[in-house]
Design a protein around this ligand. Structure first.
Ligand SMILES: [Zn+2]
Length: 102
């Protein structure tokens, strides 16, 4: 990822991976935000969140992002089940609400 493979201990990506691989689930959102900001700082205007990268692509197996139905008519979808942009509710056609669980 832009020359950052997570092995440099000073990078936001390394910090994120350290959190993900530890037992704690706290601060994952903040670490993701830091990676997002770092990507943007290096010229990737859309950053981490602007791409449809799966969590597995960066070694994160359980990225806690969900898309919630705005009308609670369906169960929503997990991030890896979303392939349309913007993701829409299969029942109502409404745009799903992106949320990060942390
Ligand atoms: Zn729905």
């Amino acid at each position: 990822m832009l020359g950052d493979d997570g092995t440099d201990t000073g990078t936001p990506l390394h910090h994120l991976l350290a959190i993900v691989h530890s037992s704690t689930t706290s601060n994952v959102g903040a670490a993701l935000d830091a990676v997002h900001a770092a990507l943007q700082a290096r010229g990737d205007a859309r950053g981490l969140y602007g791409h449809h990268r799966s969590a597995a692509a960066i070694g994160v197996h359980r990225l806690e992002v969900v898309y919630r139905c705005p009308l609670a008519r369906c169960a929503g979808r997990a991030a890896d089940e979303v392939h349309d942009d913007p993701p829409r509710c299969a029942l109502t056609g409404r745009e799903l609400l992106r949320e990060r669980l942390s």
